[in-house]
Design a protein around this ligand. Structure first.
Ligand code: DQA
Length: 145
């Protein structure tokens, strides 16, 4: 079973980016922890990060076309703005879990609303890099890996 890990804008800056909010782990170290968990769970991960909305949308389409089983998604700021990304998940039916490093509900009001949450299998927020690991466990259990 293959699972997409989709990361949106500015997540390539993890480690250096607002460490008080996002911690010191880099995207590479989050990716390595995810790969280790995936091996334990018997799934293969495909990682994709982009600052471009269209690239993220096209990656969701490709995941569907290539038969990936689901996705762990941190759409970053596009969580709160992208109808296009929401529509990509609706159009493909790709099951996904939404994750965030920070507790978006404890931050600015504009981060409280997600355009993905109501169509996600579940959401995990506020646990730093562990949000991704919990999200992957939840997704795999939910889609029956
Ligand atoms: C984030 C939360 C978003 O509101 C923000 O735009 C991000 C990161 C998180 O992981 O906490 O870029 O998705």
């Amino acid at each position: 079973m293959r699972v997409l890990v989709l990361n949106g804008p500015n997540l390539d800056r993890l480690g250096a980016r607002e460490p008080a909010l996002y911690g010191h782990a880099t995207l590479a170290s989050v990716t390595a922890s995810l790969d280790a968990l995936a091996a334990e769970l018997g799934v293969t991960l495909e990682h994709f990060q982009s600052a471009h909305e269209g690239a993220l949308i096209e990656r969701v389409h490709r995941a569907c076309d290539e038969g990936l089983a689901g996705a762990v998604v941190n759409a970053a700021s596009y969580t709160h703005t992208s109808i296009g990304l929401r529509d990509a998940f609706l159009a493909t039916g790709l099951p996904f879990v939404e994750v965030h490093l920070s507790n978006v509900h404890a931050r600015e009001a504009f981060r409280h609303h997600s355009l993905l949450a109501d169509i996600a299998r579940g959401t995990v927020v506020g646990f730093g890099g562990d949000s991704y690991l919990l999200g992957l466990r939840g997704l795999v259990a939910n889609i029956g890996g």
